[in-house]
Write a protein that binds this ligand. Sequence first.
Ligand code: PEP
Ligand code: MG
Length: 315
Amino acid sequence: DRANAAAAPLTDGALADGTPVPLLANLGNAKGAAEAVALGAEGVGLFRTEFLFLSSAQAPTVEQQREAYTELLAAFPGRKVVVRVLDAGADKPLAFLNDAHEDNPALGLRGIRALRASEDILREQLTALAQAQAATEADLWVMAPMVATVEETEYFTELARDYGVKTAGVMVEVPSSALLADRILAVADFASIGTNDLTQYTLAADRLLGSVAAFQDPWHPAVLRLIREVGDAGRVNGKPVGICGEAAADPLLAVVLVGLGATSLSMAPTALADVRATLLQHTIDDARTIAAAALAATDATTARAAAQRAATREQ
Ligand code: PEP
Ligand code: MG
């Protein structure tokens, strides 16, 4: 019955040869935690903290934040929880952090740039996160959004560690960071690839604009090549490389991402079951072969078709 089904342990994400691929949840508030666990989330790969404060006129207090982060971490004892510091700007402006008058907010003072310009807000967030970490059993990882340089990586990871954060990383969602991933991962403890923004910036197409929506396709081989750079850099540096953009929720693309070197996948919880089932059909060697087929294509449509053909052969 339903109760038993919910209680039945779901298998952890893995390939057919047993290679583990932790499957994690993207969340925007702690209320979604129980459902994510019921759907088999092994932890959280992206907690979008800015979603908590989209309607706030004032910066949240340390206490408000500590409460929210403690509620989240308490739902995942012994599990990895990756919290992203405020990603404010462009599609997600925060009244207390962003200037509403930029002509081109996707290329403006957003993400880590905005936090750096209002460093007190970043310091307060790190304070609250460290308090929540101390009060719970979860394995807290903290990352910065929209990092474009090695210097920003150094800035963020040093500051986070000053506040007691044990595992400090960055999102790779700007092409410059993917191209310098070997240098970035020499500094950061981990990277998490945001395929939504990485696609937007690689194809120079606003992710919110319907007239250019056809460009917003993470199957594009230019995007896949950048992801391969990050996967290779993770292997060379011995650091984890997660994926937390929508691409991870596409089961066939999930196989490709693992073949390119992703070590965990984070997605909307409703996508977990299909991705889990598809990963189980392929070995790591298959995944690399399927990824190579997609990489060799010239556009998104043929990349997907090539991966599909390779996956059918490898099954
Ligand atoms: C991304 O850009 O892929 C990402 C995960 O971050 P967001 O969608 O919140 O910008
Ligand atoms: Mg993003």
